[in-house]
Ligand binder design. Structure first.
Ligand SMILES: [Zn+2]
Length: 118
């Protein structure tokens, strides 16, 4: 029997459909990029990140552009960490808020004067 497969539009590999996340708004009900490609941070989904130099946790859909932006505003992005990547802004925002409340590696939002930057 032929097992249904789909070609990932990022790595261009043909893979079994289990290798793709479900996306109800697409024609075939699956995402166009495979699960493995989605674990590699890039534009197109939401990343929650941490700037160790500034004890700053933020989220963005465009990690590279955001880092450039931080640098333009004089922030050090050296050694930044991606805490996680998420399909939706809601999930990413939840994690970001959790980090702000619970802290991350010693960082505690309410102990800093830093205002959240869009
Ligand atoms: Zn792929």
């Amino acid at each position: 029997m032929n097992h249904p497969t789909k070609t990932c539009n990022k790595c261009k590999e043909r893979k079994p459909i289990e290798e793709f996340h479900i996306n109800r708004s697409s024609l075939d009900g699956l995402r166009n990029d495979c699960k493995r490609c989605r674990t590699t941070p890039s534009d197109g989904f939401y990343s929650v990140y941490y700037l160790p130099e500034h004890n700053y946790v933020g989220m963005t859909k465009h990690i590279k552009g955001r880092m450039q932006n931080h640098r333009k505003k004089g922030k050090t992005t050296e050694g930044y960490k991606i805490i996680g990547t998420y399909d939706t802004a809601i999930e990413a925002h939840y994690v970001e808020t959790k980090m702000h409340l619970e802290g991350y590696e010693g960082f505690h939002y309410y102990e800093t004067k830093g205002r959240k930057v869009g």
